[in-house]
Design a protein around this ligand. Structure first.
Ligand SMILES: C[S@@+](CC[C@H](N)C(=O)[O-])C[C@H]1O[C@@H](n2cnc3c(N)ncnc32)[C@H](O)[C@@H]1O
Length: 242
């Protein structure tokens, strides 16, 4: 099935730029400062799939010097408006060597692989990101869990898409985002956790740690599935020891 990047149009880009860290998204970002400070040494970072810059601005708060890269000009245009001194660059898929070989302490990828089709394509992208990373560098890759597409959440509904229950790695899955004005279904690429493991291995990477944040009772959100089922998975990845 043909997959087009859902984020490559102006209305969706503007709608997305309004989103900060509401509801289920809060859980994606809540534990990142601690995870980053535990695993990452140094302050030079790439934000891969920076979109409208939410994840890039987030990293800058912690003193990182960040280049945000994306393949969607509409998203980058908004990122630049929201952070006029920021460094946001349009890239060609899988071609990043002009940014500097083995220069970066952190490659951050938040909700980007959810939108990237194909084993070969993903592997090639990961190999190129691997080459950007210093030997001591880390990649933090945050994406949706398979369970995101079959449960109800503070920020998403999936009940209109029963076909999600039968999804296999590489299949298209759908949900509707409840925190933004744009209620057209968002299409993602389904990927199991074990297939993420295979992918990292193919790209010469290995997992240092995996996190699956859950909602807590004392948080100011109306959690639906979030206290029992993790919507997000966070992989901390390093170069394989050869
Ligand atoms: C859901 S948005 C996430 C944006 C941001 N990381 C955040 O957390 O707010 C996903 C972004 O990944 C970008 N993207 C998708 N495929 C990509 C690729 N192959 N290379 C770089 N960026 C890509 C999309 O254009 C979109 O801006």
């Amino acid at each position: 099935m043909e997959f087009t990047n859902s984020w490559g149009n102006q209305f969706r880009a503007e709608s997305y730029s309004m989103l900060e860290f509401p509801n289920t998204y809060y859980l994606a970002y809540r534990d990142l400062p601690e995870i980053i400070s535990k695993h990452v040494k140094g302050k030079k970072a790439i934000d891969f799939g920076c979109g409208t810059g939410r994840s890039t601005r987030f990293l800058k708060q912690f003193g990182f010097e960040v280049i945000g890269i994306d393949i969607a000009q509409d998203m980058l245009d908004i990122a630049k408006k929201l952070d006029i001194n920021g460094d946001y660059q349009l890239v060609i898929n899988g071609k990043y060597s002009h940014l500097g070989v083995e220069q970066f302490d952190l490659i951050q990828s938040i909700f980007t692989f959810d939108n990237i089709p194909g084993w070969e394509n993903r592997t090639q992208i990961l190999v190129s990101l691997h080459d950007l990373m210093k030997p001591t560098g880390r990649m933090i890759c945050l994406d949706s869990t398979p369970e995101l597409y079959t449960n109800e959440w503070a920020s998403f509904t999936t009940k209109d898409f029963p076909e999600n229950w039968h999804a296999k790695t590489e299949d298209l899955v759908r949900d509707i985002m409840l925190d933004v004005e744009d209620r057209r279904p968002v299409e993602d690429i389904f990927w199991t956790e074990s297939d993420y493991h295979k992918l990292f291995d193919l790209a010469g990477l290995e997992i240092e740690e995996t996190y699956k944040p859950l909602g807590r009772d004392n948080e100011p959100y109306t959690w639906i599935s979030e206290k029992e089922i993790a919507p997000w998975i966070i992989f901390v990845i390093k170069k394989k020891n050869i």
